[in-house]
Design a protein around this ligand. Structure first.
Ligand SMILES: [Cu+2]
Length: 137
């Protein structure tokens, strides 16, 4: 099983505007209720074309925290976090899928508290609905 993990610094992808902002507000309201449960996500499952859970919750001080990621799809997917300070993108690439493979550990960088958009940056995947929300609180 081949895994490549890298952090990219670069220009932030452009946002999609107001319609998306309205969605973000609704999502945020839903998150407030969800965040009260205070449970932390330790496993994210990637499929075609989704992340489960759709709302990933992590405690503040994420530096060194391990998030297990399982790609159960028959093709590569990645885990990109949008909206971090200093235009930093967290970008995890899972290039290969192996039948029956288990989740792989991804050690997180320090993420400031906030609500972030997560998506798969492979062509067409975000548009196909492969998105999630990351809540660091
Ligand atoms: Cu993908």
């Amino acid at each position: 099983m081949g895994i490549e993990t890298r952090t990219l610094a670069g220009p932030r992808p452009s946002r999609r505007g107001r319609a998306r902002r309205g969605l973000a507000v609704s999502l945020l309201l839903a998150l407030v209720a969800t965040a009260c449960s205070n449970s932390s996500t330790d496993l994210v499952v990637m499929a075609d074309f989704s992340f489960t859970p759709a709302v990933i919750q992590l405690p503040a001080d994420t530096g060194g925290v391990t998030l297990m990621i399982d790609n159960v799809a028959g093709q590569p997917h990645d885990f990109t976090v949008e909206g971090l300070p200093d235009d930093v993108l967290v970008h995890l690439l899972l290039f290969e899928y192996t039948e029956g493979a288990e989740a792989v550990p991804y050690v997180l960088p320090e993420l400031p508290a906030g609500v972030y958009d997560v998506y798969c940056s492979l062509p067409g995947h975000r548009e196909a609905g492969m998105t999630a929300t990351l809540v660091v609180s």
